[in-house]
Each structure stands twice: as C-alpha cells, then as structure tokens.
Write a protein that binds this ligand. Structure first.
Ligand SMILES: Cc1ncc(COP(=O)(O)O)c(C=O)c1O
Length: 359
C-alpha cells in the first residue's frame, strides 16, 4: 500500500537520536532548546515553545491567549477536530465559519467585528490569506499543522506577522516529524512565558534563597517534548526546504498528469505564496467508488476531513441555518492522494494510473 503520507528518516536522523539516547538527558533539555531556537529562526519569530503534540500546543495557545468560558472561538469546518477542541479544553465555545470553495480555507471575508477569537487553519499547507481579513480579531492563533515551510508575502508561515501565535505539528505525516510533537511560535514574550509554564505544570522557577524551591503558580500539564524527539526534529529541519521542494514537484506532476480528467484539482498557491503541499486533495463526483477503487489498487488514500460539525463531540455547536454548505460540498468529493518527499516517480506513476482506472 502506498500511503497518503510518510515520514522520511535517514541514517543521519538515527545517529543524532542515538547520540541523545547515549547521553544523560532524555526529557526536555538542551536539544529541545536548540530545536526551539532553530524553528524560531527558520520562521522568523522571536520565540518558539515545543509541545508534545500540536493538540497540546493548541491547548497551550488557547490558554496563553486567555480564552475561557464565555469566549467564542471560530475555526474552519474543514479541519481536524483538534482545531476546534482547543476551545473546549479551556471552557470556551467553538464555532465555525464556512470555507471559501476556491481555497478550501476559512472564508476570511466572513470574519466580522463579532469575531473575537479566530483559529485559521492552513488546509493542506496552503496559507490562509490573512491580509484579506476585513477586521483583526482580538486573538488569532494560526493552526499551521500542515504548513511549516510554506510562505506568504509576509514571509514564512510562523512569523506571526498577522497573528498572536502559530501552531505546528510534527506528527509523522506532517512537513517534518519528531514522532509526536508540536510547537507554538510567537513574538510576544509574555505569551512565550505562559506557554512554557503551561506545558510543565504551571511551574515558576524564579530563583529564591531556597535552592530547591519552585512554585506551581498556576494549573499546568505535562505537555513536554523530549530531547530524543527534538534531536530528530533538528535533524529533519535541516532538510525541510528540500522536503517542500519535492512536495511541490510531486504536486506539479499530478497537475500535469491529471489535467484531462473530470476531477477538480486542489487550489494552487496565489502569486507570492509557497504551498506546503502537506496534502494533495482532489475532488471527484463519485467519491465512494473512486476511494474504494484506489484502495483496492493499493493506494492508501484518505479523506481530509470529516468536517468538524459532523462529529458527535460537536453537538455543542450553534449552527447557522443551512449549516456550512461549502464545507459539506468539499467533503462530499475530497480524496487525498499520496504526497510525501520519498514518493518515487514510479510509485507516483502508479497512483496516477490507479486514479484513471478508478474513475
Ligand atoms: C489541522 C490540524 N490541527 C491539529 C492537528 C493535531 O496535531 P497532533 O497530531 O500533532 O496533535 C492536526 C493533526 O492531524 C491537524 O491536521
């Protein structure tokens, strides 16, 4: 089975992880600090705070932003449930704004002054055009789980040029991996401090006369990344640009090879943007048949995503009349084809042949 996504782990990655395992420090230590500094430098943000997953990082970001009961937090219906759940974790109310069918990202033109908190998701690695927001919500947390390595005219995704914080995922199918892992970038020192405390039991280690003393000043969690994972992340980060380049090449090959078929190809990046191509999601009329046809031919396609409002946990949503038609229409036809740096030309040709046959 050719999966829709797969990590690339080299001997160099294995060697750096082995070196950490042979050392004294396994949990959050110097490798985490180094990885945070490298990601901050890569994206052009002042601070980066590593977490054990993007889900934990979203929780941390929602907390650091002060979101709580009484707040309404808007995100896209076409995303992984974690983008909405972070509002629930802090007692806030999740809410949805339908997607723009042209970009499959949240329709920024619908964000009005009533929206106080927004979690734009860079679906498939295509950055949300935040410069088109008619108004700036009080809190913006980018869910860039798909988009490390993508760029906008403002610079790399993660520089928080138009947001308070930006969250990345390092799950194995994502642009780079630490096994499980996540990161928040921000330019605000207070937010960075709150994020660091939150990921480690709310502990404040401001020195006192008693060298053993620490204060669990606020409620926190154990959401720490380990040095083992961070060493893998740093090693992977050194190849991120080549990963993104390869993903873009694969996307171009798909576009050329599938252009004559009765399918809708994914939106391309606008002028001045670089697509991260975490996903290459085509849209077909008879999704069920094509999906099964591809699986039967050994292609591990997936659907991204079962929309947020379809899930049982979303029974708390206050839905507008008519629901979210653009997201439902997208969901009805989407199929994610394999795209990952190690996808060989032969395997991609096999995927293309299988798409033709399955249609
Ligand atoms: C858009 C989005 N947000 C959040 C997450 C959660 O990431 P993690 O698995 O690192 O917790 C994912 C993972 O699939 C995702 O796709």
């Amino acid at each position: 089975m050719i999966p829709y996504g797969r990590q690339q782990v080299t001997q160099a990655d294995i060697d750096v992880v082995s070196a950490v395992l042979a050392g004294d420090w396994l949990t959050t230590g110097p490798y985490v600090t180094a990885f945070e500094e490298q990601v901050a430098e890569y994206v052009g943000a002042r601070y980066a705070v590593a977490f054990s997953s993007a889900t934990a990082a979203l929780h941390g970001a929602a907390h650091a932003a002060g979101l709580q009961a009484g707040d309404v937090v808007y995100t896209s219906p076409l995303t992984f449930i974690a983008s909405a759940n972070c509002a629930r974790y802090v007692g806030a109310q999740p809410a949805l704004i339908d997607i723009d069918p042209q970009t499959l990202n949240i329709d920024v033109s619908r964000v009005d002054e009533s929206v106080q908190a927004l979690i734009p998701v860079h679906y498939a690695g295509l950055p949300v055009e935040l410069d088109k927001l008619p108004t700036r919500p009080r809190v913006i947390i980018e869910d860039a789980s798909h988009a490390l390595g993508a760029h906008t005219p403002d610079g790399p995704v993660g520089n928080c040029a138009r947001s308070d914080m930006c969250v990345f995922s390092f799950h194995p199918v994502k642009p780079l991996t630490t096994g499980e892992g996540g990161m928040v970038t921000t330019n605000d020192s207070k937010l960075a401090q709150a994020l660091r405390a939150f990921r480690s039991h709310g502990i404040d280690r401001t020195p006192t006369d008693d060298p053993w003393y620490y204060d669990a000043a606020e409620l926190g969690y154990n959401y720490r990344l380990t040095d083992i994972q961070a060493a893998l992340g740093s090693s992977q980060l050194s190849r991120l640009d080549s990963f993104i380049e390869r993903r873009n090449e694969i996307a171009t090959t798909y576009r050329d090879a599938l252009a004559d078929l009765p399918i809708t190809l994914p939106p391309a990046a606008p002028e001045g943007y670089t697509h991260g191509y975490h996903l290459f999601a085509i849209h077909v009329a008879n999704r069920g048949d094509v999906f099964r046809g591809l699986r039967d031919r050994g292609i591990g396609v997936q659907v991204h995503y079962v929309p947020v409002h379809h899930h049982g946990v979303s029974r708390d949503l206050v839905m507008p009349e008519g629901g979210y038609p653009a997201s439902d229409a997208a969901y009805d036809g989407l199929i994610s084809l394999p795209i990952f740096p190690g996808l060989s030309e032969i395997d991609q040709a096999g995927v293309i042949a299988a798409v033709r046959a399955s249609l």
